[in-house]
Design a protein around this ligand. Structure first.
Ligand code: AMP
Length: 430
């Protein structure tokens, strides 16, 4: 029988890398808290119809990347239900917003999530079939100010702060406005007309998109199509005055807060629900999959899935890509305990557990050795896992004076048990 492996496109995350994941999540939670966001956790699978109606039938995600199955009926009278592993989390958050009547308070809802998403994409570096997103949504009835360009600017400023606090230097913010639904419809017509004479020279996907959803042509990555795409009209020229003024106000607020950005007329994003502001933060260190995060405004999404009018704006960051970026920027941090406790004989194992408990209660990271080990083996294990070794023999136990060796300096000292925690918490060499 062949050995079982993690499924293609999925990965095991192991220590010490998981420490980096935890640090990213802790930083994100701390920043979100300062901006007064609360956490939401929605189910990992939802009714398939939710994604078809929100993300869009024509998108790559819905048309070819979802993990969908027919859930068995429990009784003959019951219908089967089509379920899907969530490919993104905004649809689930908006569904929950509607289901729990979160808009009824009249207040702006500011929600963040951290969790796995699933897309059947071709796996490569930075692109997986199970990946994790850290995202947030600001949504509420129009009376809560949810449509204001200030909200867009605040979310973007928060993202700049979060990336800076994570230690991700050298990011670029690309911004565009895809206008209102009416603007987009107008632009789609303009694009369709502009594409008609040239689309025959483009890839088959573009030929299909030119008919079904011309906006998606701008996402095309086929090199031969790029010169044609460059000549197409830009969406900025199809925006009405209200959309133009909204976008101008977002840019003015970003300028005031000194958040740097560049405008990208082709940034229409892969999900159909976006309106007005769309954005992406990219990082040069990531190679082909260079998007760290993406997001935008989705003023009509709640209504599209049967809810009340609830404009909103949100984003999703690829946590896997944050990890890759940070790994390229910093040396890996091995997990090293403050001390390794080496009992000299199995009869001292229980005493060693008590000493470890004492030190751990004082906040130290302790690796517990094993009394059946020879001292040489304890030293070898300690050297790989801890900054110091604490030797616990019969003499040490009786006298309460422990022998401690600090590996960085090679110095061996006697330390009274009562002073041990303070001694071990000092950085090596002090
Ligand atoms: P989207 O939900 O498509 O707007 O994507 C938002 C962010 O999620 C992207 O900028 C990526 O950082 C990340 N992301 C999307 N798809 C994947 C994937 N298959 N693997 C890893 N990260 C992804």
């Amino acid at each position: 029988m062949s050995t079982l492996k993690a499924v293609r496109g999925t990965r095991d995350l192991l220590p010490p890398e998981t420490a980096l994941w935890n640090r990213i999540e802790a930083t994100a939670r701390a920043v979100f808290a300062r901006y007064n966001f609360g956490e939401i956790r929605t189910p990992v699978f939802e009714d398939t119809g939710l994604f078809a109606r929100s993300v869009g039938e024509e998108t790559d995600i819905v048309s070819k990347e979802m993990y969908t199955w027919e859930d068995r009926a429990r009784a003959q009278s019951e219908k089967t239900q089509s379920l899907t592993l969530r490919p993104e989390n905004t649809a689930g958050v908006v569904r929950a917003y509607i289901e729990h009547g979160l808009g009824e308070s009249g207040l702006l809802q500011k929600l963040y999530y951290i969790g796995p998403q699933f897309r059947r994409e071709r796996p490569q570096k930075g692109r997986y079939r199970q990946f994790s997103q850290i995202g947030a949504e600001v949504i509420g009835p129009p009376s809560s100010g949810s449509e204001s360009p200030l909200r867009d600017a605040e979310v973007l400023e928060m993202l700049a702060t979060l990336l800076d606090e994570l230690g991700i230097t050298g990011w670029t913010l690309e911004l565009n406005s895809v206008g209102s639904t009416a603007d987009r419809a107008r632009y789609n017509d303009t694009l369709r007309a502009a594409l008609a004479p040239v689309v025959g020279q483009m890839c088959v996907d573009c030929q299909r998109r030119a008919v079904t959803n011309p906006l998606r042509v701008l996402d095309c990555k086929v090199p031969a199509d790029q010169p044609i795409i460059e000549t197409l009209p830009v969406i900025a020229d199809s925006l009405d005055d209200a959309s133009k003024a909204h976008f101008a106000a977002v840019l003015a607020a970003l300028d005031a807060a000194s958040v740097p950005y560049t405008r990208n007329h082709r940034l229409v994003r892969g999900l159909d629900y976006y309106t007005r502001t769309t954005f992406e933060f990219t990082h040069g260190g990531l190679g082909a999959q260079n998007a760290l995060l993406g997001g935008g405004r989705y003023d009509g999404l709640s209504e599209a899935i049967g809810g009340p009018k609830a404009p909103g704006i949100g984003f999703a960051m690829g946590e896997d890509r944050l990890v890759l970026t940070l790994q390229a920027l910093e040396a890996p941090q091995p997990l090293v305990a403050d001390a390794f406790i080496a009992p000299l004989g199995e009869n001292l194992n229980a005493a060693a557990l008590v000493l470890a408990r004492e030190l751990r209660h004082q906040g130290l990271w302790i690796e517990l050795g094993e009394g059946s080990f020879r001292l040489k083996k304890s030293f070898e294990a300690a050297n790989k896992t801890a900054h110091t070794i604490v030797i616990l023999g019969e003499d040490e136990l009786q006298s309460g004076i422990l022998t401690v060796k600090t590996f960085a300096t090679g110095i061996q000292t006697k330390v009274p048990r009562a002073e041990l925690a303070v001694f071990l918490s000092k950085p090596a060499g002090e």
